[in-house]
Design a protein around this ligand. Structure first.
Ligand code: SAM
Length: 294
């Protein structure tokens, strides 16, 4: 089977099957072997690995994964791509093609069945319309993952890796950095895809953390505080928290807790590190439980 990273081979397959791109599925297929090599290198796939690929398309990256991994599960939502994948991957015995919506799958069960519950690697050129739900779904499911190496919109990759005090820093940066160590591997121009996306792309590797950076008393409260802090970016943290309908925090309590941590009461969320958010949420957790017991 000819490798698909070559644009002529990709075009030939698309013509053979008279494939119609579906915009609603975010279909932009990779046609750049250097980018594919770079993704494989970053993902560090070995013959020991079970790899989950999200959205294999016509199987371009899947071929690379099959060459390098022990076993690959490729989950594709578009039924019209399944006969194509059966053709382009026919030489490989170590791949399972699953026609499903990744957001509706029980991935914990898949990992249990295919990898005896041991950590897996996820590799994907993601459909950009659902990048955040896919990544947060993978992390929040708490299924065993070693790393996630993905192509995303460049601007989203920058937000994931952003540090406090920068314009890109926000709830996504904190959520991703809570679960992983992000590292942008490469920027990828639109002409590396067919059809060309309207935006620049980037490959980012998220190496899963074994533990949160600090112990967290209440994860739900932590993320509610983070979301509330960035909902109204221009507001101070104390105002953002008192305006959040799902948080039992008024302005006086917010100021008291901020001061108890030695923080300026007029600080904004964008100035706080992940560690500081965790300390803040733990302090709120203690204060709220003390208030409940009084
Ligand atoms: N991996 C291929 C490549 O690099 O050429 C295709 C990448 S393309 C950006 C995204 C792929 O994800 C498409 O094949 C699309 O049909 C598929 N997809 C979109 N939404 C999906 C979902 N909810 N579950 C599984 N696959 C999905």
């Amino acid at each position: 089977m000819a490798t698909l990273g070559n644009p002529q081979h990709t075009i030939a397959i698309l013509q053979k099957y008279n494939f119609r791109f579906q915009k609603k599925y975010g279909q932009n297929f990779l046609i750049d072997t250097r980018v594919l090599d770079r993704i494989m290198q970053a993902a560090g796939i070995t013959q020991e690995d079970f790899v989950l690929e999200i959205g294999p398309g016509i199987g371009t990256m899947t071929q690379y994964l099959c060459e390098n991994a022990r076993s690959v599960a490729a989950v594709e939502i578009d039924p019209s791509l399944i006969p194509i994948l059966e053709d382009t991957l026919r030489d490989y015995r170590n791949v399972e093609i699953i026609c499903q919506d990744i957001l509706k799958m029980d991935l914990g069960l898949l990992v249990q069945e295919k990898n005896q519950g041991k950590p897996i690697k996820v590799v994907a050129n993601l459909p950009y319309y659902i990048t955040t739900p896919i990544i947060m779904g993978l992390f929040e499911s708490h299924m065993p993952i070693e790393s996630i190496t993905i192509m995303v919109q460049k601007e989203v990759a920058e937000r994931m890796q952003a540090v406090p005090g920068t314009k890109d820093y926000g709830a996504l940066s904190l959520a991703v950095q809570y679960y992983s160590f992000p590292e942008i591997i490469a920027n990828v121009p639109p002409h590396s895809f067919i059809p060309q996306p309207k935006v620049g792309s980037a490959v980012i590797r998220l190496a899963k953390r074994q533990e949160p950076p600090l112990p967290v008393e209440d994860e739900k409260l932590l993320f509610a505080i983070i979301r509330a802090s960035f909902q109204q970016r221009r507001k101070t943290l104390a105002n953002g928290l008192q305006n959040a309908p799902n948080l039992p925090i008024d302005k006086a309590l917010a100021i008291k807790v901020l001061e108890s941590l030695g923080l300026n009461p007029s600080i904004r969320g964008e100035a706080l590190s992940l560690d500081a958010f965790i300390q803040l949420s733990n302090a709120f957790c203690d204060t709220l439980s003390q208030n409940n017991h009084q």
